[in-house]
Design a protein around this ligand. Structure first.
Ligand code: AMP
Ligand code: GLY
Length: 417
């Protein structure tokens, strides 16, 4: 099978790594990719937001499957263009991707499907904003309606700051604060059948102890030793299957990866958000534990034949990933700094620990930073404590001027009873 992956972050590196280990994959391409992905896939330049360009590339390569990684091309309808050319594609239509592209749409789908989520108001005027802020009280949760790369959400005790953020957006969702640990649960679906993956936890804040601004994600781990073993079944029944059914009944079937961001509150599990694609950095740890070859699963989802997919097999190992980010991230990051130590990790720590590239590019013989999140250092071990140790040992070998990373990824969960 020839597979083309669209995108160029750590999620795509994790996808390409898994696909490159799949004996059914005879050729693997990534467009546009990054410096790390070039070690496992052949890179091609493309404007990932241009459906015609992606379709032309898939046709030229004779791709049997196109996997669209990031949300922006999905919302732009890139999967529709590829599908219209008769090429199997893993990723939802632009309409179905509105589940991520518009928080208001997601709330509407959840209401219709009876999916538990925070109570909310959609506001477009200062009066509506004031009313909603006062209805819920502090802590305030204010979300830009559109795509914002994980940075459109402000959670604050400060009413003035909440109001200022709201007034800076065209349309905002203001909602009830959900208290409790967060879980990311991904499911692969063809629009009818839903196959859940293993849950993971993401660390959204920039600094240790969950301080600092929201980011795209600074680290993740899986499994979750503290979670109720029935969590996956419960979320399947209350959230994932009803959402997929609702979208199909609306005539906008969702096929691809449905990502449920959940809060485990004292009053039950609630959806914080949906995403329409693999999450980053959770994908890095979830795929590190998946034993079933990936390509066939994605192809079954693309072809509407997930009902014949045998149950997924999972490793007993735990996985931890630690994101190394640029100086100044999540504000405008400094880029172009040389990254050193990659070869040492490959020589000393592989195969248990490895570096997935997020924002990197090659410059002559060097690999340099090219984005906010630069690397995602991933490791597996017999338990979280061991996976954590290996991940941080590898992190310590990486040298990138001005870079930052959290030192407490999976720390609480890794404490042995
Ligand atoms: P989102 O982009 O919707 O995932 O929001 C980013 C982060 O903001 C989430 O991972 C939560 O940590 C936080 N957040 C979002 N909505 C809520 C909420 N209703 N209550 C508490 N925290 C929230
Ligand atoms: N890990 C959060 C996200 O992918 O949106």
């Amino acid at each position: 099978m020839k597979v083309l992956v669209i995108g160029g972050g750590a999620r795509e590196h994790a996808l390409c790594r898994s696909l490159s280990l799949d004996p059914d994959v005879s050729a693997l391409y990534c467009a546009p990719g990054n410096a790390g992905i070039s070690e496992v896939a052949e890179l091609r330049p493309v404007d990932a937001l241009d459906g015609d360009a992606v379709t032309a590339l898939a046709t030229e390569l004779g791709a049997d499957l196109v996997v669209v990684g990031p949300e922006a091309p999905l919302v732009a309808g890139v999967a529709d263009a590829v599908r219209a050319a008769g090429i199997p594609v893993f990723g939802p239509s632009g309409e179905a991707a509105q589940l991520e592209g518009s928080k208001a749409f997601a709330k509407d789908v959840m209401a219709a499907a009876g999916v538990p989520t925070a109570r909310s108001y959609v506001c477009t005027t200062p009066e509506e904003v004031d009313e909603a802020l006062d209805a819920f009280g502090a802590p305030y949760v204010v979300k830009d309606d559109g795509l914002a790369a994980g940075k459109g959400v402000v959670v604050t005790e400060d009413r003035a700051a909440a109001r200022a953020h709201a007034l800076g957006c065209d349309r905002v969702v203001i909602e009830e604060y959900l208290d409790g640990p967060e879980v990311s649960l991904f499911a692969i679906t063809d629009g009818v059948t839903v196959v859940p993956l293993q849950p993971a936890q993401d660390f959204k804040r920039a600094l240790d102890g969950d301080e600092g601004p929201n980011t795209g994600g600074m680290g993740a781990y899986s499994p979750l030793p503290w979670a109720d073993p029935k969590l996956v079944d419960e979320v399947m029944e209350l959230v994932l299957q009803p959402t997929v059914d609702e979208l199909r009944h609306r005539g906008t079937p969702f096929s691809g990866l449905l990502y449920a961001g959940l809060a485990i509150t004292g009053r039950g599990t609630r959806v914080i958000e949906f995403n329409a694609r693999f999450g980053d950095p959770e994908t890095q740890v979830v795929l590190a534990r998946l034993r079933t070859p990936l390509a066939g699963v994605l192809l079954n989802a693309a072809n509407g034949t997930l009902d014949v997919q045998p149950p997924l097999r999972w490793s007993e190992d735990a996985a931890v990933t630690v994101v190394i980010a640029s100086h100044n991230y999540p504000e405008t990051p400094r880029t172009g700094d040389v990254i050193e130590g990659l070869a040492e990790v490959a020589a000393e720590d592989a195969p248990d620990a490895y570096v997935l590239h997020a924002g990197t590019r090659r410059e002559g013989d060097s690999v340099v930073s090219a984005g906010g999140r630069v690397l995602s250092v991933t490791a597996t071990g017999s338990d979280l404590a061991q996976a954590r140790e290996k991940a941080y040992k590898a992190v310590a070998r990486i040298r990138l001027d001005g870079s930052q990373h959290r030192t407490d990824i999976a720390a609480k969960a890794a404490v042995r009873p």
